[in-house]
Design a binder for this molecule. Structure first.
Ligand SMILES: Cc1cc2nc3c(=O)[nH]c(=O)nc-3n(C[C@H](O)[C@H](O)[C@H](O)COP(=O)(O)O)c2cc1C
Length: 185
């Protein structure tokens, strides 16, 4: 079965990302078309990038890198649930991406952003950086507003219409993840 990671892109003690990712995961598992797993960067506790060689070399000297690599390598595609911090994605997510290369490559990704303007600037930056690690980014995107999809910017209450956006995004992530499979052997 195709395996899709739903990656929680924030690690703050009080974070909206966990509720957003949980909502995406709940919608995803109902589809029955792939295995969907939540991946929480908090579980990996990666330091600032501390590998001697660039990830493209494929030589990882640290156990924390090998554990992260093993988890990401197990997936066929990704959904990045990203906050917007200072008009970009989070530093912790950028750092986690930088740690690896082949584990991301030739796989598909979709984006669920949240912020004042739906996290669209964060998702755009992610698209740009993921292109460098050979991730195919799908066009359908979910954009959640801190003003209309959260109460007091902290209690997640998404408008119903976003469920259709999640469906469209996951349709594309699954089909592209499967279409790219021949490149990954
Ligand atoms: C350091 C920081 C910078 C932020 N910058 C932006 C921003 O540029 N644009 C925006 O829409 N929201 C911005 N926000 C608001 C966040 O999108 C919002 O707090 C969101 O809930 C953060 O995700 P998290 O709760 O999962 O960490 C910022 C928040 C933080 C903590």
């Amino acid at each position: 079965m195709t395996r899709i990671a739903i990656i929680i892109g924030s690690t703050r003690p009080v974070r909206n990302g966990e509720a957003v990712a949980g909502w995406v995961h709940d919608l995803a598992v109902k589809r029955g078309d792939a295995d969907y797993e939540l991946v929480d960067l908090k579980d990996y506790d990666l330091p600032h990038l501390d590998e001697s060689l660039p990830a493209a070399a494929g030589v990882y000297e640290h156990e924390h890198t090998r554990a992260w690599a093993e988890r990401i390598a197990s997936f066929d595609g990704f959904v990045f649930v990203t906050p917007e911090y200072n008009s970009s994605t989070s530093g912790v997510l950028k750092n986690a991406i930088d740690f690896l290369f082949s584990e991301w490559a030739d796989k598909a990704a979709g984006f669920v952003g949240y912020g004042v303007d739906g996290g669209v600037r964060a998702a755009e930056h992610l698209r740009q950086m993921l292109g460098r690690v050979k991730v195919a980014d799908v066009s359908a995107q979910v954009a959640l507003s801190l003003f209309t999809d959260f109460e007091e910017m902290t209690v997640f209450k998404p408008a119903a219409r976003h469920e259709d956006a999640v469906t469209a995004m996951l349709d594309q992530v699954v089909s592209w993840s499967e279409a790219l499979r021949p490149l990954r052997v």
